[in-house]
Design a protein around this ligand. Structure first.
Ligand SMILES: Cc1cc2nc3c(=O)[nH]c(=O)nc-3n(C[C@H](O)[C@H](O)[C@H](O)COP(=O)(O)OP(=O)(O)OC[C@H]3O[C@@H](n4cnc5c(N)ncnc54)[C@H](O)[C@@H]3O)c2cc1C
Length: 383
């Protein structure tokens, strides 16, 4: 007997929600994608406005800053059946291997067009709550986020299943710094960082040196007097290739006279601290008691293989929680797809290494060109 076609609510029209909707329809289901923003693309929908609370998320979803370029090459980044190739026909396209955020948004919009997904997406519609209706159905309450909607009130609908794709890089996680309460400077989380101009001539401390800290410290160093990065991997103060950018161990404390003291005893008087310290996973529309899912230090559970709560499977699922090759290969295998291509993994690793070897220009000079022909040979079947 063919499986029953299910009416599925997908929450979010970022990369995960778009792919989920496309695959659900391919399997014969009828998805509705709820998206509170005015367009598809999720975090890649750049929003020049930051949250009013510079350490909180506010109503702002995107964490993308103006200068952001991808940290994966486009070959590596793209969906397996819709390669992210440089479009020679597009006049204002960004053809770089590590393109700017606008190009990623264009790619996701093109994916939605090519796979005819727009008809399934309800833009400017926020899911406020997801409640269990029966053991195999859900009551989803949504409301319009459009200022033109003129009220209208919440809308309730019943779905057979819910797929959660609301994004993981929205709710700031802020560094816990001793003495910060009396420290007089300005603080911001990378979620609210857009452009460096506000830091002109200042002394800035950046906490965290993963991708955002790495990029933002360099962006800010272009205008600031000094930038000091507190990096978990640094044991003593180090100079970088930039004369006004230093690496330090983590922060010991902040003081009322504006000083920031690092764990090796070095101190600077700083005007601002930018927390590039990651995000907390959050599902405000799920009633924890009813759904039985909680988040502990970004571990969402209990979930079978990070996708299905065992007691509710397959009626609610979470997409894209962990990201590791072995896990992604396992998911592909379960879905009857091929494992991730060897060249894709090798390109990912090459980019990580290049970032260390060429911190100032790793996105424009690389040594993995030998993998390109292999990649394009594989991807040609989808051009
Ligand atoms: C600064 C930054 C840089 C990044 N750079 C890279 C990179 O270079 N390479 C890479 O591979 N990945 C990168 N990522 C990871 C990025 O998150 C993924 O590429 C991908 O965009 C995640 O897609 P998603 O659909 O899971 O989430 P999102 O893109 O965040 O989309 C979630 C969507 O859900 C919607 N939503 C949320 N709650 C609700 C609700 N209650 N009702 C309705 N809609 C809702 C949001 O509006 C949003 O559109 C980066 C992330 C950030 C933050």
């Amino acid at each position: 007997m063919p499986p029953r076609s299910l009416h599925v609510a997908v929450i979010g029209a970022g990369a995960a929600g778009l792919v989920a909707a496309s695959e659900l329809r391919r399997e014969g289901h009828s998805p509705v994608v709820f998206e509170r923003a005015a367009g598809v693309g999720g975090t890649w929908l750049y929003d020049p406005a930051a949250s009013a609370d510079l350490l909180g998320a506010g109503a702002v979803h995107s964490s993308v800053y103006a200068s952001l370029r991808t940290n994966l090459s486009r070959e590596c980044f793209g969906f397996s059946d819709f390669p992210f190739i440089a479009d020679e026909g597009v006049g204002d396209g960004d053809r770089r291997r590590f393109p700017g955020h606008q190009e990623v948004l264009r790619y996701l919009q093109e994916f939605a067009r090519r796979f005819d997904l727009y008809g399934m997406v309800r833009l400017r519609t926020e899911v406020a709550s997801v409640r269990r209706e029966t053991s195999a159905s859900w009551r989803v309450t949504s409301h319009s986020t459009s200022e033109l909607a003129g009220g209208g009130g919440p809308v309730q609908e019943v779905f057979d299943a819910v797929v959660v794709c609301n994004g993981h890089f929205v709710t700031p996680r802020v560094a816990n710094i001793a003495g910060i309460g009396s420290w007089p400077g300005k603080q911001m989380h990378s979620h609210s960082y857009r452009v460096p101009e506000a830091f002109h001539g200042q002394v800035v401390v950046v906490v965290g040196y993963a991708t955002s800290g790495f990029d933002i410290s360099r962006d800010v160093a272009g205008v600031a007097r000094e930038v000091h990065v507190a990096a978990a991997t640094c044991v003593e103060m180090q100079r970088t290739a930039r004369p006004n950018l230093w690496l330090h161990p983590m922060i010991e404390r902040a003081e009322a006279d504006g000083s920031v003291v690092f764990q090796d005893g070095n101190r600077v008087k700083a005007d601002a601290i930018i927390h590039c310290t990651g995000y907390k996973y959050s599902y405000p529309f799920l009633d924890e008691e009813v759904v039985g899912i909680s988040v502990d230090d970004n571990r969402v559970g209990p979930l079978y293989k990070h996708v299905f709560p065992p007691h509710l499977a397959p009626h609610i699922s979470f997409i894209g929680l962990p990201f590791r090759f072995e896990y992604e290969d396992w998911v592909a295998e379960q879905c009857g797809k091929e494992m991730m291509e060897g060249w894709r993994k090798a390109m990912y690793l090459a980019a990580r290494k290049n970032m260390v070897d060429r911190p100032e220009n790793w996105r424009d000079e690389w040594e993995d060109a030998h993998l390109l022909s292999e990649a394009y040979q594989d991807l040609t079947k989808y051009f």
